[in-house]
Design a protein around this ligand. Structure first.
Ligand code: TR5
Length: 144
Protein backbone atom coordinates (compact mmCIF):
# COMPACT_ATOMS: atom_id res chain seq x y z
CA UNK A 1 0.00 0.00 0.00
CA UNK A 2 0.91 3.69 0.22
CA UNK A 3 2.69 3.29 3.57
CA UNK A 4 4.67 0.36 2.25
CA UNK A 5 5.86 2.21 -0.83
CA UNK A 6 6.89 5.17 1.36
CA UNK A 7 8.93 2.80 3.50
CA UNK A 8 10.50 1.30 0.39
CA UNK A 9 11.37 4.78 -0.84
CA UNK A 10 12.95 5.67 2.51
CA UNK A 11 14.95 2.46 2.47
CA UNK A 12 16.13 3.17 -1.07
CA UNK A 13 17.26 6.67 -0.05
CA UNK A 14 19.04 5.25 2.98
CA UNK A 15 20.90 2.64 0.96
CA UNK A 16 21.85 5.29 -1.61
CA UNK A 17 23.48 7.21 1.24
CA UNK A 18 25.21 4.03 2.42
CA UNK A 19 26.55 3.53 -1.09
CA UNK A 20 27.89 7.08 -1.17
CA UNK A 21 29.57 6.52 2.19
CA UNK A 22 31.12 3.29 1.01
CA UNK A 23 32.87 5.31 -1.69
CA UNK A 24 34.53 7.48 0.98
CA UNK A 25 38.14 6.86 1.99
CA UNK A 26 38.63 4.12 4.59
CA UNK A 27 38.02 5.39 8.15
CA UNK A 28 41.48 4.20 9.21
CA UNK A 29 43.20 6.44 6.66
CA UNK A 30 45.28 9.29 8.10
CA UNK A 31 45.74 10.87 4.66
CA UNK A 32 45.40 14.66 4.27
CA UNK A 33 41.84 15.85 3.72
CA UNK A 34 40.18 18.88 2.22
CA UNK A 35 40.43 20.48 5.69
CA UNK A 36 44.26 20.55 5.42
CA UNK A 37 43.87 22.62 2.26
CA UNK A 38 41.58 25.00 4.14
CA UNK A 39 44.08 25.24 7.06
CA UNK A 40 46.91 25.93 4.61
CA UNK A 41 44.77 28.54 2.77
CA UNK A 42 45.14 26.55 -0.47
CA UNK A 43 41.38 26.72 -0.87
CA UNK A 44 39.19 29.48 0.52
CA UNK A 45 36.83 29.10 3.44
CA UNK A 46 34.51 31.48 5.23
CA UNK A 47 36.45 31.59 8.51
CA UNK A 48 34.45 32.81 11.51
CA UNK A 49 36.91 32.01 14.32
CA UNK A 50 40.60 31.21 14.57
CA UNK A 51 43.18 30.64 17.29
CA UNK A 52 46.66 29.10 17.11
CA UNK A 53 45.07 25.66 17.71
CA UNK A 54 41.55 25.85 16.26
CA UNK A 55 39.94 26.95 12.98
CA UNK A 56 36.21 27.40 12.39
CA UNK A 57 34.50 28.09 9.07
CA UNK A 58 31.02 27.96 7.55
CA UNK A 59 29.98 24.58 6.16
CA UNK A 60 29.78 24.52 2.37
CA UNK A 61 26.51 22.55 2.56
CA UNK A 62 24.71 24.11 5.54
CA UNK A 63 22.10 21.99 7.31
CA UNK A 64 20.79 24.95 9.31
CA UNK A 65 20.86 28.77 8.95
CA UNK A 66 24.06 28.68 11.02
CA UNK A 67 26.32 25.68 10.30
CA UNK A 68 29.95 25.97 11.27
CA UNK A 69 32.69 23.34 11.23
CA UNK A 70 35.29 23.58 14.01
CA UNK A 71 38.58 21.73 13.53
CA UNK A 72 41.98 21.32 15.18
CA UNK A 73 44.72 22.91 13.02
CA UNK A 74 47.00 19.99 13.85
CA UNK A 75 45.29 16.64 13.22
CA UNK A 76 47.82 14.55 15.19
CA UNK A 77 46.11 11.28 14.27
CA UNK A 78 42.65 12.59 15.12
CA UNK A 79 40.89 11.36 12.00
CA UNK A 80 37.81 11.10 14.19
CA UNK A 81 36.74 11.08 17.83
CA UNK A 82 37.08 7.31 17.95
CA UNK A 83 40.85 7.76 17.48
CA UNK A 84 41.20 10.08 20.49
CA UNK A 85 43.99 9.37 23.00
CA UNK A 86 44.77 10.92 26.39
CA UNK A 87 47.10 13.46 24.72
CA UNK A 88 44.15 14.86 22.77
CA UNK A 89 42.15 15.91 25.83
CA UNK A 90 43.33 19.53 25.68
CA UNK A 91 42.43 20.05 22.02
CA UNK A 92 39.12 18.24 22.53
CA UNK A 93 38.29 20.71 25.31
CA UNK A 94 39.37 23.65 23.15
CA UNK A 95 37.11 22.50 20.30
CA UNK A 96 34.05 22.37 22.56
CA UNK A 97 34.88 25.66 24.28
CA UNK A 98 35.36 27.24 20.84
CA UNK A 99 31.87 26.01 19.92
CA UNK A 100 30.46 27.86 22.92
CA UNK A 101 32.28 31.07 22.00
CA UNK A 102 31.23 30.86 18.34
CA UNK A 103 27.60 30.15 19.31
CA UNK A 104 27.64 33.40 21.30
CA UNK A 105 29.40 35.26 18.47
CA UNK A 106 26.71 34.01 16.05
CA UNK A 107 23.90 35.14 18.36
CA UNK A 108 22.57 31.66 19.14
CA UNK A 109 21.18 32.72 22.53
CA UNK A 110 18.21 30.34 22.31
CA UNK A 111 20.37 27.27 21.89
CA UNK A 112 22.24 25.25 19.33
CA UNK A 113 23.27 21.72 18.40
CA UNK A 114 26.76 20.21 18.52
CA UNK A 115 27.40 17.13 16.37
CA UNK A 116 30.47 14.92 15.93
CA UNK A 117 29.93 12.28 13.27
CA UNK A 118 32.20 9.26 13.63
CA UNK A 119 32.82 6.50 11.12
CA UNK A 120 30.55 5.08 8.45
CA UNK A 121 27.59 4.47 10.80
CA UNK A 122 27.99 8.01 12.17
CA UNK A 123 27.88 9.38 8.60
CA UNK A 124 31.39 10.89 8.82
CA UNK A 125 32.64 12.05 5.41
CA UNK A 126 35.84 13.99 6.20
CA UNK A 127 38.45 12.11 8.25
CA UNK A 128 39.89 15.07 10.18
CA UNK A 129 38.10 15.47 13.51
CA UNK A 130 35.52 18.24 13.43
CA UNK A 131 32.69 19.55 15.54
CA UNK A 132 29.54 20.75 13.77
CA UNK A 133 27.83 23.79 15.30
CA UNK A 134 24.24 24.07 14.06
CA UNK A 135 21.70 26.72 14.94
CA UNK A 136 19.22 29.32 13.81
CA UNK A 137 16.29 26.90 13.60
CA UNK A 138 14.47 24.45 15.89
CA UNK A 139 16.42 21.20 16.09
CA UNK A 140 14.64 17.89 16.32
CA UNK A 141 15.22 14.80 18.42
CA UNK A 142 16.05 12.06 17.63
CA UNK A 143 18.46 13.18 14.90
CA UNK A 144 18.43 11.38 11.55
O1 TR5 B 1 30.08 14.53 7.22
P1 TR5 B 1 31.08 14.99 8.24
O2 TR5 B 1 30.59 14.93 9.66
O3 TR5 B 1 32.42 14.33 8.05
O4 TR5 B 1 31.26 16.56 8.00
C1 TR5 B 1 32.04 17.07 6.95
C2 TR5 B 1 31.46 18.41 6.63
O5 TR5 B 1 32.38 19.15 5.86
C3 TR5 B 1 30.17 18.36 5.83
O6 TR5 B 1 29.13 18.99 6.54
C4 TR5 B 1 30.52 19.07 4.55
O7 TR5 B 1 29.46 19.81 4.01
C5 TR5 B 1 31.66 19.95 4.99
N1 TR5 B 1 32.53 20.37 3.93
C6 TR5 B 1 33.02 19.60 2.92
C7 TR5 B 1 33.82 20.43 2.12
C8 TR5 B 1 33.77 21.67 2.67
C9 TR5 B 1 32.98 21.65 3.79
N2 TR5 B 1 32.81 22.79 4.49
C10 TR5 B 1 33.42 23.91 4.00
N3 TR5 B 1 34.19 23.97 2.89
C11 TR5 B 1 34.39 22.83 2.19
N4 TR5 B 1 35.13 22.66 1.04
C12 TR5 B 1 35.82 23.78 0.43
N5 TR5 B 1 35.22 21.44 0.45
C13 TR5 B 1 34.60 20.32 0.94
N6 TR5 B 1 34.73 19.12 0.28
Amino acid sequence: GVLNSHLTFAAAMASEKEAALAAAPPPSSDAPTIFDKIINKEIPANVVYETDKVLAFRDIAPQAPIHIVIIPKVKDGLTGLSKAEERHCEILGQLLYSAKLIAKQEGLEDGFRIVINDGPSGCQSVYHLHVHLLGGRQMNWPPG
